[in-house]
Design a protein around this ligand. Structure first.
Ligand code: F6P
Length: 487
């Protein structure tokens, strides 16, 4: 991170993301501060802690307004402040149109191959424009006259780069698109495709997780817009302005995560879970994610059912813990998924439960980082069965938690993480048999093989940590050699 700071020199770093890294909410009469279940937020927070700067995000907690100053700013983390969080307030209508509407009912299903139809509504698009303008106001206010590097996150802000460049051409603007970019045939379903592409081409640099997403983006621009695309340089020139398109696989703060996993708080949580799950020598399988139809949760529950059907020796011996963080609950597809998971858990537990043993323990709530890390450490295997996922940082967090070099990762081939974590058991999540077979393989894998695989995966994540990710982005932006970033 010293290198990132050196390369940024006197520029103010401004991160823009819909999701704020710290949310204040009421629990009864008490205000508590939580960190959201967001791969994006957990990846960007360490960079901000190290480099300082300002994070502009949507103030979404019901107690958020209580904690800010007159300029809607708060220093975070609240107990040892290192950077500024500037909260932007949205009306219910704005949240509905921009967040639930365009971002999560339109662009999210459009970009993920999970066979959920995107829904487009021109009133929502109007709100999306309005909210992008609103965030531009906040960014420009934060930057003032200073040179600033604005680092935009995700698909909530497809129009923001163009707005910023129009209003202040001196700003350096980069964006990272944390989800996949679809092929041009899929993308043509978006009614406002030219406007979105033009907005994104306001960036000086646009990053994706994979080279494949970069290729899809270049081809999409080629087919839809008046612009010059240079495949060799991976660059698009529109109206005299060049946008570089590059792949930067995101990661986590491996050191910090590993150190926490070996610490006393996690040990205490492990003891609590052992008691709560009645483990008592039983084996533990694990899944942790937002309740989202891209994550393949029903597929994995069916695989547990299949495993118990075909391997009776695990009845009474295996507990599968599913932590599901409620997410985007105003959207119908999410409500339907929620019902489907409840029904599956209920059905499988009824079918196989015996005495005090239930095969599935479903924790439908927000869990804190120490609780999740404790589960990682206890699990014989962790399943990430996303139907499609840009990266998936749960997979990398599981690996970072395993300071004991044990535990097996069962990982969907359709995640960005599968390109790096080739020592996981890689599966096609659409095949219940394959998924259940991998769980069985994980449960019966000899200790030395588990150790070998986990050691290699830990090396990969340690080497390609989030600082390296950020360092490469900043270096590319400044036209320095991105590979000249020490490990
Ligand atoms: O990882 C992709 C992502 O869209 C993040 O950008 C986002 O913060 C996360 O999923 C969780 O989604 P949400 O912020 O809508 O809860």
């Amino acid at each position: 991170h010293e290198l990132i700071q050196a390369r940024l020199r006197d520029q103010l770093l401004i991160v823009v993301a819909n999701r704020e890294p710290y949310i204040h909410r009421y629990v009864g009469d008490v205000v508590e501060c939580i960190q959201p279940a967001s791969g994006m937020a957990s990846a960007l927070d360490p960079m901000m802690l190290a480099c300082g700067g300002t994070w502009v995000g949507h103030g979404s907690g019901d107690a958020d307004r209580l904690t800010v100053d007159a300029h809607d700013r708060i220093r975070v983390p609240p107990d040892s402040p290192r950077y500024t969080l500037r909260r932007v307030w949205l009306s219910k209508e704005q949240e509905e149109g921009y967040y639930h509407g365009v971002a999560n009912s339109g662009l999210w299903p459009l970009c993920h191959v999970a066979f959920t139809r995107p829904i487009f509504d021109s009133r929502h698009w109007q709100t999306y424009r309005e909210v992008n303008e609103l965030f531009a106001d906040a960014v420009l206010q934060e930057a003032g006259d200073r040179p600033a590097f604005v680092f935009i996150q995700d698909y909530h802000f497809g129009l923001l780069p163009r707005i910023l460049k129009r209003r202040n051409p001196e700003l350096t603007v980069a964006q990272f698109w944390h989800i996949p970019w679809p092929n041009p045939e899929t993308f043509r379903a978006l009614p406002w495709k030219e406007e979105l592409l033009d907005g994104l081409l306001g960036n000086d640099l646009l990053g994706f997780h994979l080279g494949y997403h970069c290729q899809n983006f270049l081809e999409t621009v080629d087919r839809n817009l008046e612009a010059r695309t240079d495949r060799e340089q991976s660059e698009v020139v529109r109206g005299g302005h060049a946008t570089r398109i590059r792949a930067f696989p995101i990661s986590i703060d491996f050191e910090r995560h590993s150190a926490a996993a070996a610490g006393p708080e996690v040990e205490r949580e492990m003891a609590r879970w052992r008691h709560r799950l009645k483990l008592d020598g039983k084996l533990l399988g694990l899944g942790i994610e937002r309740i989202d139809y891209t994550k393949g949760i029903p597929e994995r529950l069916r695989a547990i059912d299949h495993l118990l059907e075909n391997h009776p020796e695990f009845r009474g011996r295996l507990v599968y813990a599913q932590c599901g963080v409620p997410s985007r609950g105003h959207i119908r597809a999410y409500q339907q998924l929620d019902d489907e998971i409840d029904d599956l858990v209920e059905g499988i537990n009824w079918k196989w439960g015996n005495g005090s043993w239930r095969p599935i323990c479903y924790e439908k709530r927000h869990s804190n980082p120490a609780e999740m890390t404790a589960l990682h450490r206890l699990a014989s295997f962790c399943v990430v069965s996303s139907l499609h996922d840009g990266m998936n940082l749960v997979a990398k967090e599981f690996v970072a938690s395993r300071v004991d070099e044990d535990g097996v990762l069962v990982l969907s081939r359709f995640t960005g993480a599968a390109r790096e974590l080739t020592d996981a058991l890689l599966i096609n999540p659409f095949s219940v048999e394959e998924l259940s077979g991998a769980m069985h393989e994980a449960l019966t894998m000899p200790r030395d093989e588990r150790g070998r695989r986990m050691r290699r995966m830990r090396e990969v994540v340690a080497e390609n940590n989030v600082y390296r990710w950020a360092g490469k982005i900043v270096s590319t932006l400044l036209r320095l050699d991105p590979d000249d970033v020490p490990p």
